[in-house]
Write a protein that binds this ligand. Structure first.
Ligand code: NAD
Length: 513
């Protein structure tokens, strides 16, 4: 069994935010236990890296198979811990994890294969690079997509030959059981994936426990703390942090489609997605039409506890603390002149931590709701003169995770996509970049650095090692001591011949002219 259990110390309760029901509890693991888990993972990594790529892929495909076979119950378990609709849990968590494993099984052997390179001037040498794992990767994950964001760095690190010690969020700790069950069912060596349980103190202990790299997904605030702690041991980090994604609506956009897109990408998962639309810029020419369409669609959303009899679009927020941030941002925006057109209140009548999907107009760049990550079901709309102003304001942010532009003109969409400062830009869509697992995903500015997915994501977990073979050892002696008498002159002529760019100059250099 991949072990998640500890017998001593305080425990954390897990709640269903849609009902308030306590659904389980886990121990808070301390520093000694974390260190012990890292050591076990290090030992197991020696056996894991000794397997060839095909065998590692075979074992990880069994994880994919188990997830797919149990998709319904896993989605239900995830929804019980997060309060999100089961459709979200299924597609954005189970399906997304399966898709990544499938892509990695195909791509990892190619990307990580030894690669021959030119030896340049050194004709008698053979040169190549190989990729080696870092060793043990510490994965620290958040609650908003508890399975996807635990699985994604974990399986990528495993494909590259690392072992993993995973610390899921204390807000959704039971996801640790799902991860552990998946690797146990797949008969991956029990110690290769260690699943911890605990809060920020357990995460901090993991950073100090001698891991070889940290893959962190979470808030910018915590990311900065982890980076400072990792600097003490020069432990490398991947930082997937917060966002404040802008949506730029052009005057020529299909307004109904843009409004439907804004409502989906603003309110899916109750707006608790790092790449939720968190700011909308709309030219005055189409502003009112867009706002009307957004409000109409927002008021048609079904919110509550999801079930077969009563499927819903929008679920609960993760916790009252998260709803309090939303309320504070809305209050600040109202004080500074914004108008709430719909929503703006908690829905305690629904029985759990629900917040009504909210549309605000009259928003400006002096408001928290436009500057700070809200992470809730709110669409703040900013009226702009034209698209140029929209792009300028969209780029006026300390975040840069993803962004989108909405237009009927493809050339314009591609131009604005180049102008928007973000790790990913979508044209006439939002969020779905994450589902294309061959595309690198990650942020710029305070949204972090490093990438998951794609070749770049795999290479985060592999160290290149350069190897050089001298095929004619005696050739070296021509360049070693003692340096030949005419060596300097010959080398100077050869350098001129090889690197002057004009053919006449080349010949002159060779002749020493
Ligand atoms: P968080 O930063 O509060 O917590 C994330 C994890 O860090 C948790 O497991 C927590 O226990 C751990 N942690 C807390 N303090 C720590 C410390 N000092 N040392 C080590 N670990 C510590 O984030 P959250 O509230 O769980 O998640 C929401 C945030 O995550 C949002 O800002 C969201 O934008 C971001 N996010 C980013 C991405 C991305 O890919 N860029 C994806 C999802 C979520």
């Amino acid at each position: 069994m991949v072990s998640t259990q500890s017998t001593t110390g305080p425990r954390i309760e897990s709640h269903n935010p849609a009902t308030g029901e306590v659904i389980g509890s886990v121990p808070v693991m301390d520093e000694a236990e974390v260190r012990e888990r890292v050591q076990r993972a290090r030992k197991a990594q020696e056996g894991w890296v000794a397997l060839d790529h095909r065998e590692r892929a075979r074992q990880l495909l069994r994880v994919q198979d188990w997830l797919a076979a149990n998709a319904r119950t896993i989605a239900e378990r995830l929804s019980a811990e997060t309060g999100k609709p089961r459709f979200d849990s299924l597609l954005h968590e189970v399906t997304a994890s399966c898709e990544l494993i499938k892509t990695l099984s195909r791509e990892a052997p190619k990307v990580l294969a030894p690669t021959r390179v030119s030896s340049g001037l050194l004709l008698t040498k053979k040169a190549w690079k190989v990729y080696e794992p870092h060793g043990v990767i510490g994965v620290i994950s958040p609650w908003n997509f508890p399975l996807t964001l635990a699985m994604s760095p974990t399986v990528t690190a495993l494909y590259a030959g690392n072992a993993v010690v995973l610390k899921p969020s204390e807000v959704t700790p039971l996801v640790g059981d799902i991860v552990a069950e998946a690797f146990t069912a797949a008969e991956v060596h029990p110690d290769v994936v260690q699943v911890l349980s605990g809060d920020g103190s357990t995460g901090a202990a993991l950073v100090h426990a001698g891991v070889d790299k940290i893959a962190f997904t979470g808030s910018t605030r915590t990311g900065k703390k982890i980076m400072a702690a990792a600097a003490e041991t020069l432990t490398p980090v991947v930082m997937e942090l917060g966002g404040k994604d802008p949506m730029v609506v052009c005057a020529d956009a299909d307004i109904e489609n843009a409004a439907a897109g804004a409502v989906w990408a603003g309110f899916a998962n109750s707006g608790q997605i790092c790449m939720s639309i968190e700011r909308v810029y709309v030219p005055e020419a189409v502003h009112d039409r867009f706002v009307d369409a957004v409000v109409e669609r927002t008021e048609a959303l079904r919110q509550g506890v999801d079930s077969d009899e009563h499927p819903v679009d929008v679920g609960a927020m993760i916790a009252p603390t998260q709803a309090a941030i939303v309320e504070a941002h809305i209050a600040d925006a109202r004080d500074k002149g914004a108008e709430v057109l719909t929503g703006g209140v908690r829905r305690s009548d629904l029985g759990g931590d629900f917040f009504a999907p909210t549309v605000l107009t009259g928003c400006t760049h002096d408001m928290d709701i436009v500057n700070e990550e809200t992470f809730g079901p709110v669409l703040p709309i900013v009226k702009v003169r034209d698209e140029d102003e929209a792009v300028r304001l969209a780029n006026d942010s300390r975040y840069g995770l993803t962004a989108s532009v909405w237009t009927a003109n493809r050339a314009k969409g591609e131009r604005i996509a180049r102008e928007l400062k973000a790790g990913s830009v979508l044209i006439n869509d939002h969020i779905t970049v994450y589902a294309i697992t061959e595309l690198p995903f990650g942020g710029i500015k305070e949204s972090g650095f490093g990438r998951v997915h794609g070749v770049e994501g795999l290479l985060e977990f592999a160290r290149p090692k350069s190897v050089v073979l001298e095929r004619l050892p005696q050739v070296n002696r021509l360049l070693w001591f003692p340096y030949p008498k005419a060596g300097f002159d010959v080398a100077a002529r050869a350098t001129g011949f090889l690197y002057r760019t004009n053919p006449v100059d080349k010949v002159k250099a060779l002749l020493g002219l």
